[in-house]
Design a binder for this molecule. Structure first.
Ligand code: FAD
Length: 256
């Protein structure tokens, strides 16, 4: 089975966001594999363990993204591919999905696994757009995946409820929290990862013209959310609290 995982290098979720001159600062920031993509990688490895084949992890990013790709190889992927777009100015989900779909269209994948959403950009667009461009079915926010004789039975999370879908391969799925328990890289895994293949491609290698992948969206402004004020704790009897609340809603919140 030819299994592909599209994975994104994102800010460590512990990092504090700093905005300077209208841009998010990324100097000396720690980067990680997008957490939802860890579920995708784990599921890909499980599929290979059950059905055989090969897991390839694919990132559109910068040279430093090799670190996260090596981590994915240490976790258990077989091959890694980086499409380096360091030189491009403006890219968005449209650009990224065109690049990924162009590469994947030449690989004949049986299944592509993506994260449900990137914890930084957070559009949840890339996976579905890749499927659409490849003309293959997609199932988003999945929490269970079984494949038998070219047919996948997928459970998807629909706002706390579940939907069960049967769909034929080739297929793209996006991973939701709860799909599995991602494994950590082992020490032998880290040693083996150093020798596993990691190909680096440029846009020209995909026969793509930079004009074909121009951004369709424009960032107008970047700002932090307003700081939340501390909450107020009301005390006294229920009657006193209700009277106090009513007075605050009138005098402070001015909503009644
Ligand atoms: C080098 C670089 C430069 C960028 N420059 C700009 C810029 O100038 N302006 C700007 O607004 N944005 C920029 N971006 C961000 C880019 O627009 C987003 O990566 C893209 O829009 C994806 O949207 P998202 O983060 O909301 O991903 P989502 O759609 O939320 O991600 C969902 C899933 O799609 C897959 N995925 C997402 N991104 C990638 C990727 N790069 N490679 C492989 N799989 C992926 C992952 O599986 C992920 O879990 C840049 C990104 C990169 C890598």
């Amino acid at each position: 089975m030819k299994i592909y995982v599209i994975m994104k290098r994102t800010f460590d979720t512990e990092e504090k966001i700093i905005i300077q001159n209208g841009e998010i600062q990324d100097d000396s920031v720690e980067f990680i594999i997008n957490p939802y993509d860890e579920y995708a990688i784990e599921e890909a490895i499980k599929l290979r363990e059950a059905h055989g084949g090969e897991v390839t992890v694919l990132t559109v990013g910068v040279q430093e993204s090799e670190k996260q790709l090596r981590t994915a190889l240490a976790i258990g992927a077989d091959k890694a591919v980086l499409v380096d777009i360091e030189e491009l100015d403006e890219v968005d989900a449209n650009s990224i999905s065109i690049i990924l779909a162009t590469y994947l269209s030449k690989q004949e994948p049986d299944i592509i696994l993506s994260g449900n959403v990137a914890v930084d950009g957070g559009s949840g667009q890339v996976g579905p757009q890749v499927a659409e461009r490849l003309g293959i079915p997609q199932v988003t926010t999945i929490t269970k995946l079984d494949i038998k004789e070219g047919v996948a039975t997928v459970v998807r999370d629909v706002e706390g409820d579940q939907e069960i879908i049967k769909v034929s391969l080739p297929l793209l799925v996006t991973a939701q929290q709860g799909l599995n328990e991602p494994r950590y890289p082992s020490l032998p895994g880290i040693m083996k990862a150093k020798k596993k293949p990691l190909d680096v491609l440029e846009i020209e290698d995909l026969d793509l013209d930079v004009n074909e992948i121009s951004a369709k969206t424009k960032t107008i402004d970047i700002f932090l959310p307003r700081e939340k004020q501390a909450g107020k704790l009301l005390s006294g009897t229920v009657k006193e609290q209700a009277a106090n609340l009513l007075s605050l809603l009138k005098s402070e919140a001015k909503v009644i």
